[in-house]
Ligand binder design. Structure first.
Ligand SMILES: NC(=O)C1=CN([C@@H]2O[C@H](COP(=O)(O)OP(=O)(O)OC[C@H]3O[C@@H](n4cnc5c(N)ncnc54)[C@H](O)[C@@H]3O)[C@@H](O)[C@H]2O)C=CC1
Ligand SMILES: O=C(O)C(=O)CO
Length: 312
């Protein structure tokens, strides 16, 4: 079995060595320009078109959870990967716990009013504030998939009311589930902390816009953990300035790295991280990919296959 690997920043020799331990029969090589030799599987992130085009592959693996970058490249170059070749993505593989850590720490930060106390500290003001209660701090998670479900679980454990919005209804204990466009308004009206874990698709681009933000409770919070293009950044800034939003924490941006001139950098109620909410953990990802390849070789149907028509 021949496997080609391409990632613009990962340590390729390390990945090849670790993958080889899990797939001892495989010959694994880092792909370089000009390499047209046969391959059965390709492991990729932001792959050049020529890496995949014209190859009789059994499957392609995205080395992350989101496949928007590869699907947008495919839209421009449909010949890069025929629909008959399955595309897999990473399902959790250690990202769930990272998203839980991020969401829990930020929600507790807002819930315990550390943002307000930090502002008071800057004015050298000693001023105890009224506590927030859990029942006025409903968490609304957009996207109830692999990562949204993990985040829901972790915030429930801290006693917050949790609701989710997704394409299909979920029957999860203690979680209120809303489904489809018809129920988005009701979902938003009861939400105090909006957490975004949607995939980037034609339907979800720009979804966090003025009209959506207007439907949230006053003094709400936005935590964007998914993709920057979900948020209309000027609408978010306007909602912060009008008082509709109390604060926003952003991990992802419509342009990355965030340009120096973006007003988001300096807004007093915006905090940010540079797209690090959940990174690919090599050991977990390698175990998942090796197991999935083994299942494919046995003729089984593993989970994690992307529905390219649906877009995630
Ligand atoms: N900031 C970061 O470091 C990272 C961000 N991500 C982002 O998180 C996203 C979610 O990842 P997973 O949970 O693994 O994806 P998933 O595919 O398991 O879950 C997606 C969820 O979104 C829902 N959904 C999709 N389209 C919808 C629509 N039009 N209306 C309502 N609901 C819709 C689905 O029903 C599903 O519940 C990824 O696509 C990626 O963009 C993932 C990993 C790291
Ligand atoms: O896996 C993903 O989709 C990511 O965004 C990783 O940072």
């Amino acid at each position: 079995m021949e496997i080609i690997f391409y990632h613009p920043t990962f340590d390729t020799p390390y990945w090849i060595a670790e993958l080889s331990k899990k797939l001892p029969g495989a010959r694994i090589r880092g792909w370089e320009r000009g390499d047209n030799a046969p391959a059965d599987y390709a492991l990729v992130w932001h792959p050049p078109v020529e890496m995949l085009q014209g190859r009789a592959l059994k499957a392609v693996f995205a080395l992350g959870a989101g496949v928007d970058s590869i699907l947008s490249k495919l839209k421009a170059n449909p010949e890069m990967l025929p629909l008959s070749i399955p595309l897999f993505r990473l399902e959790d593989t250690g990202m769930g716990i990272q998203m839980q850590e991020y969401a829990v720490s930020q929600v507790l930060h807002w819930f315990r009013r550390f943002d307000d106390y930090q502002a008071l500290q800057r004015e050298s003001t000693w001023q105890p504030l009224a506590d927030y209660t859990h029942d006025e701090f409903t968490i609304g998670i957009m996207g109830a998939g692999v990562l949204g479900s993990k985040v829901a679980e972790s915030l429930l454990a801290w006693g917050f009311p949790v609701r989710v919005w997704s394409r299909s209804r979920k029957s999860w204990p203690q979680v209120t589930s809303f489904a489809g466009d018809a129920e988005l308004g009701e979902f938003l009206r009861g939400t105090r902390v909006l957490i975004n874990l949607l995939p980037n698709t034609a339907e979800t681009v720009g979804i966090i816009n003025a009209s959506l933000l207007e439907q949230l409770q006053d003094n709400s919070y936005v935590l964007n953990l998914a993709r920057g293009v979900h948020v209309v950044e000027n609408d978010l800034l306007a909602a912060l300035d009008s008082g509709k939003l109390k604060a926003a924490m952003l991990d992802v941006f419509s342009r990355e790295p965030l340009p120096k001139e973006s007003p988001l950098w300096l807004h007093p109620r915006v905090t940010m991280t540079p797209h690090v909410a959940a990174v690919t953990r090599p050991q977990e990802a390698i175990a998942y990919i090796a197991q999935t390849i083994t299942q494919l070789e046995r003729g089984e149907t593993p989970s994690g296959q992307v529905d390219r028509v649906r877009g995630y």
